[in-house]
Write a protein that binds this ligand. Structure first.
Ligand code: B12
Length: 226
């Protein structure tokens, strides 16, 4: 298979929710390689992990997202796609591990209260770890108080908040307010598909980036070059 063919196949398997070879779902793909095997093959063949991620895994998820908006697929399809995407991300993880002995700092990340989306957050975590940060992942549906408690245990840590729903963006606002009130000097970064720089400014967060790379560059500039 050419590089193009393999990333297209990865994207298609994410779209169809084909996790791995043994997965019985979807029935018409029984016995075929899934995201797990194809991602491993792409990496073993020397393909750039960033290409596998963006042109394979994320491209597939983007198709699912568009179809979901048009009512062409439904929540169970999203769940299967998410499972397949996570299987690919597991394979990519070692490729993004920098092995740097000294951490640049501690980054506390979580998806805000009421929100169960974690694929983007997991990606940010993985990329930050790869860039040399120690990441503490609080998971999904994280109340503001939990962010604060973790921050108090890790003075000087950066906090990253993820939200994928317009209805949970208000909980991001609440979390930023609580942190500003109790530990004002904290650097708070925000992200997630519905966010904008304007929203970031409005709630008083320090930085917004549409992708993990943007936040890595921001932190490198802000902290590491000081
Ligand atoms: C997969 C998915 C699900 C899965 C989530 C599985 C999981 N483990 O995460 C499931 C099925 C559980 C789900 C449920 C729901 N979902 Co949903 N879901 C999606 C979908 C298709 C993809 C999201 C995704 O993972 N994208 C891929 C990742 C890589 O992208 P990302 O999250 O945006 O992250 C990137 C950036 O935003 C950024 N980033 C993210 N976080 C952070 C944080 C920081 C600090 C930084 C710097 C950057 C950053 O970096 C990431 C990498 O580039 C989107 C549609 C879409 N295209 O976005 C809908 C979508 C988000 N869901 C939606 C809805 C409505 C729901 C439900 C309410 C559906 C329902 N009726 O039950 C529930 C809500 C459940 C809840 N309480 O959270 C809507 C939201 C609409 C809105 N404006 O609020 C969307 C937009 C679909 C749509 N078009 O209607 N969903």
């Amino acid at each position: 298979m050419s590089d193009m063919e393999i990333v297209d196949r990865i994207a298609m398997c994410v779209e169809r929710g084909k996790v791995d070879k043994n997965a019985p779902y979807p029935p018409d793909m029984k016995g075929l390689d899934g995201v797990k095997e194809l991602t491993a093959q792409a990496l073993a063949g020397g393909m750039d992990p960033n290409i596998v991620l963006t042109c394979g895994l994320m491209a597939g998820m983007s198709v699912v997202g568009k179809k979901f908006s048009k009512n062409e697929v439904f929540v169970p399809d999203l769940l299967m796609a998410a499972k397949a995407m996570n299987a690919g991300m597991e394979q990519l993880k070692p490729a993004f591990d920098s092995g740097a002995a000294k951490h640049k700092g501690t980054f506390i990340i979580g998806t805000v209260q009421g929100d169960l989306h974690d694929i983007g957050k997991n990606l940010v975590r993985m990329m930050l770890e790869g860039a040399g940060w120690k990441v503490i992942d609080l998971g999904v549906d994280t109340p503001p108080e939990k962010f604060l408690a973790e921050l108090e245990k890790n003075p000087g840590a950066v906090v990253g908040l993820s939200a994928l729903l317009t209805t949970t963006m208000v909980n991001m606002d609440k979390t930023v307010k609580l942190i500003r009130e109790k530990v004002p000097a904290t650097i708070v970064c925000v992200g997630g598909a519905p966010l904008t720089q304007e929203f970031c400014d409005k709630i008083g967060a320090d930085a917004y980036a549409p992708d993990p790379q943007g936040i890595i560059e921001y932190l490198d500039e802000k902290i590491c070059n000081n």
